[in-house]
Design a protein around this ligand. Structure first.
Ligand SMILES: C[S@@+](CC[C@H](N)C(=O)[O-])C[C@H]1O[C@@H](n2cnc3c(N)ncnc32)[C@H](O)[C@@H]1O
Length: 224
């Protein structure tokens, strides 16, 4: 386990935790305890695509819920190596592949469940990714999670505003995507961090309908 570098996912490998000192606590199990309630206990062989899978925590949990084929993609080979190791120790079969979210349409398949968690704010082109997933990749449900910053409030917006109406943009509840030019939380791969209104608006704009919000940052969606 140590030879595979620094772990972001804390996974219990036969009693050995891979990231016991995670800055967010027992992560992502803490998040999973909320999200899990919105996912069937028995997935009855459903296909799953886990985008930005990291060391595969969510893929392993989906497999434990009787998912069928689970494809797990990430742009980072080091995390994929951790994932392959974790899956082997946990005794589950997961198809790990080095692939960016932008290339997911090349899989040539729509999946029953697509997990897109903790990735959006790492992208330079977040709406492109959501558009591609809606158009080519999601068949059943999208499980979406993003770091959120800014107001939790959501303004009721008109369909259109006159050119000279400028105040609306300054309202905290207006959809906002905060650009990080340099670094946030000592991570230079954070680019765009949405507020809640922006997250929900982008999901809708890409063609998703929000079915539920099992915790603050996570949305279960289906294609409209
Ligand atoms: C914050 S971690 C989230 C991991 C996991 N999905 C979770 O929610 O716990 C972000 C992951 O996304 C991966 N990633 C970043 N950009 C990506 C891209 N363009 N395509 C696929 N994965 C990407 C990173 O390598 C990293 O494993």
């Amino acid at each position: 386990m140590r030879e595979l570098g620094r772990w972001f996912h804390n996974i219990d490998l036969n009693g050995v935790p891979t990231a016991p000192d995670h800055f967010l606590g027992d992560y992502p199990r803490l998040k999973w305890t909320y999200v899990a309630s919105a996912i069937p206990r028995d997935l009855q062989g459903a296909s799953v695509l886990d985008i930005g899978c990291n060391a595969g925590f969510y893929s392993i949990e989906m497999k434990r819920r009787n998912a069928g084929r689970v494809v797990a993609i990430d742009s980072d080979e080091e995390y994929l190596a951790q994932g392959r190791f974790a899956a082997e120790v946990c005794g589950v079969e997961i198809d790990f592949r080095k692939m960016s979210v932008y290339d997911a349409p090349k899989l040539g398949e729509r999946f029953d469940w697509v997990l897109f968690m903790g990735v959006l704010y790492h992208l330079r082109y977040p709406l492109l990714a959501l558009d591609l997933l809606a158009e080519h990749v999601v068949r059943g449900r999208l499980v979406f999670q993003s770091m959120l910053r800014g107001a939790d409030r959501i303004d009721r917006l008109e369909d259109d505003y006159p050119f000279r109406q400028v105040a609306v943009f300054d309202s905290p509840g207006y959809p906002k995507l905060h650009f990080v030019e340099k670094s946030y939380s000592r991570d230079g791969t954070n680019w765009w961090i949405p507020n809640r209104a922006c997250t929900e608006a982008m999901l809708r704009s890409a063609g998703f309908e929000i079915v539920s919000r099992p915790e603050e940052e996570t949305y279960i969606c289906r294609r409209r």
